[in-house]
Ligand binder design. Structure first.
Ligand code: ATP
Ligand code: MG
Ligand code: MG
Length: 545
């Protein structure tokens, strides 16, 4: 993969050159409160990618400091995603919860230094005392508690003697700091809830700003890479490590722009709402922007990584066109997958001057794809074509089959329409046609001019399959959530007809259905009796470089 040098790699290289660090250690630190999405893929790509480029290591750390929303199933989903994207975190997955005892000890150290205190102000008053951007805050009256009293109260907070919200532990920094985050930030809060790993051992949980920098330090992280919204947290990050006297190789924080994609929501909380509200069929619904969703839909890890590479690493937030992601998957599949025929909306064609069956040799790949392989396509008197590929009264520039215009059956013969059969209400139910024996693909001596080739299947040989067509989950370019859902994001076709080799030979899991798009054999619902294919992406590009 060609990663041109970005500002993060520039920093890393400089830090190695100057000897600030001997080794690059990064980490990917998700909170296990949902399935990872494409934004996480970007973070994975950056953190694991940098570690790989500089022979370092990237830790996979579950940032599990919030007991009420976290779960083991999300830990598994995160591991699956990292692995599927092709990265390796080594022997162990790390958990912030494993550092709770150490983080607690650091808190005691701060208290002993007079740098942290137990505050018993209620939330509302605390907010008022914090002040505003233009107005200094005022320190709580509890900030004057003695070290002994703070140590005693903090221990009793830990032992579960107080109710949620009764006390918090705060750093004693600066109530008039221009950076509001530095106005005596919270370090610990009381939470009487069950933690999915730590159980009921703890009644207090460290806040992100305290736990994160220390977890990075404990793991020997050199470069702590996070998204821009943590820019103002950097001062606390440094304050904690500096105040505790933790020296190099201590970590430093660096921020990059968060990935946003149009027509997509990218917040685990909002995605959870869709899952819980039943708007989608679970976290791995192929319409979801989760790694599990893309995977189930048929996206490849290569395409996602290539997308992450293309969009680059910026210092300012911006919106990426979802068409660019679609371009990447199309670009990847174009060079890889077999081309086959599947008729989604079948119209019967009876070729009146043909008897019997023959097998047509058909390559799976076009000339410009350097892959070999072919199948035999059975051809017979009754075939199906796409309903759309015949028009009785064609518009101008219609190049497919009409009563006056012949068409080529791809890999087969040229046919022309002799008669249009309709039911009582005037719907076309069948075409009676004629074929030209000397027009066979590859040895055509018929001299007949056709304007296009269409896909088709032999009626008696085709297999019935279910095809799931996906459209964007949101109709709004900048969706908020449920209210912007596209009601037509899923269309299920139960009776599509596919050529038999796809089912019997299974030359791949992913295919290009000629003229329809790219499709993937659904990894869960596909059975031999009911093959199910997901539409990965259409053939047309709407993204312009
Ligand atoms: P969400 O709001 O979706 O829950 P988060 O930032 O709270 O996202 P975390 O699990 O804390 O999710 O994220 C783990 C890592 O992934 C963090 O380092 C975070 O910065 C990064 N990350 C999350 N979303 C994005 C995004 N859209 N673009 C880039 N990185 C992201
Ligand atoms: Mg987070
Ligand atoms: Mg979040």
């Amino acid at each position: 993969m060609s990663e041109s040098k970005d500002f993060l790699r520039t920093i890393v290289e400089e830090d190695l050159r100057s000897g600030k660090y001997k080794e690059v250690i990064t980490r990917f630190p998700p909170e296990p409160n949902g399935f990872p999405h494409i934004g996480h893929a970007k973070s994975i790509f950056i953190n694991f990618g940098i570690a790989r480029d500089y022979n370092g290591h990237c830790n996979l750390r579950m940032d599990d400091t919030n007991p009420t929303t976290e779960d083991t199933k999300y830990v598994e989903a995160l591991k699956d995603a990292v692995q599927w994207l092709g990265f390796d975190w080594g022997d162990d997955v790390y958990f912030t919860s494993d550092y709770f005892p150490k983080i607690y000890d650091y808190a005691i150290e701060l208290i002993k230094m007079g740098k942290a205190y137990v505050d018993s102000t209620n939330e509302e008053e605390m907010r008022q005392l914090r002040g505003t951007v233009t107005e200094s805050g005022k320190r709580s009256k509890y900030a004057d508690r003695s070290i002994e009293e703070n140590l005693d109260l903090f221990e009793r907070m830990k032992n579960g003697e107080f109710k949620d919200g009764e006390h918090v532990l705060r750093a004693k920094i600066d109530m008039s700091a221009a950076n509001m985050k530095m106005r005596d930030p919270l370090l610990y809060r009381i939470r009487h809830s069950h933690h999915f790993r730590a159980g009921d051992k703890w009644s207090i949980y460290p806040m992100y700003d305290f736990a994160h920098c220390l977890s990075d330090y404990i793991e020997g992280v050199s470069h702590s890479i996070c998204t821009l919204e943590f820019e103002n947290n950097r001062d606390i990050y440094n304050w904690v490590l500096d105040t505790l006297g933790l020296e190099l190789p201590r970590p430093y924080q660096h921020e990059f722009a968060r990935l946003g994609i149009n027509y997509t929501v990218m917040s685990k909380r909002k995605l959870l709402e869709l899952v819980e509200g039943g708007q989608v069929n679970g976290w791995d619904d192929p319409r979801m922007p989760t790694i599990a969703g893309y995977r189930r839909r048929g996206y490849t890890p290569e395409a996602i990584l290539n997308f992450c590479d293309q969009i680059g690493i910026a210092k300012a937030n911006s919106m990426v066109d979802v068409a660019q992601l679609e371009f990447c998957i199309r670009d990847d599949l174009n060079t890889k997958v077999p081309r086959v025929m599947c008729v989604l909306d079948p119209l019967k064609v009876t070729i009146e001057n043909y008897e019997g069956t023959e097998e047509l040799e058909a390559s799976y790949y076009p000339h410009d794809v350097p892959k070999e392989g072919s199948r035999k396509m059975p051809f017979s008197k009754e075939i199906y074509i796409e309903r759309d590929d015949f028009k009785e009264n064609p518009p101008k520039d219609y190049f497919r089959l009409t009563p006056e215009q012949p068409v080529r059956l791809k890999h087969g013969f040229i046919i022309s329409c002799k008669e249009v059969v309709k039911d009582a209400s005037g719907n076309i139910i069948e075409i009676k046609a004629e074929y030209y024996p000397e027009s066979k693909s590859g040895s055509d001596s018929s001299g007949i001019d056709v304007k296009s080739a269409i896909h088709w299947v032999s009626a008696s040989h085709a297999k019935t399959v279910e095809v799931r067509l996906y459209d964007r989950l949101f109709k709004d370019e900048a969706p908020e959530g449920v209210e912007d859902i596209n009601p037509d994001s899923l269309q299920v076709i139960k009776n599509a007809l596919i050529e038999p080799a796809v089912i019997s030979q299974k030359p791949d899991e992913r295919f290009q259905f000629e003229r329809q798009g790219y499709f993937y054999a659904d990894p869960i619902d596909y059975t031999d009796t009911t093959p199910v294919f997901n539409k990965i992406v259409g053939l047309k590009d709407s993204w312009t470089k």
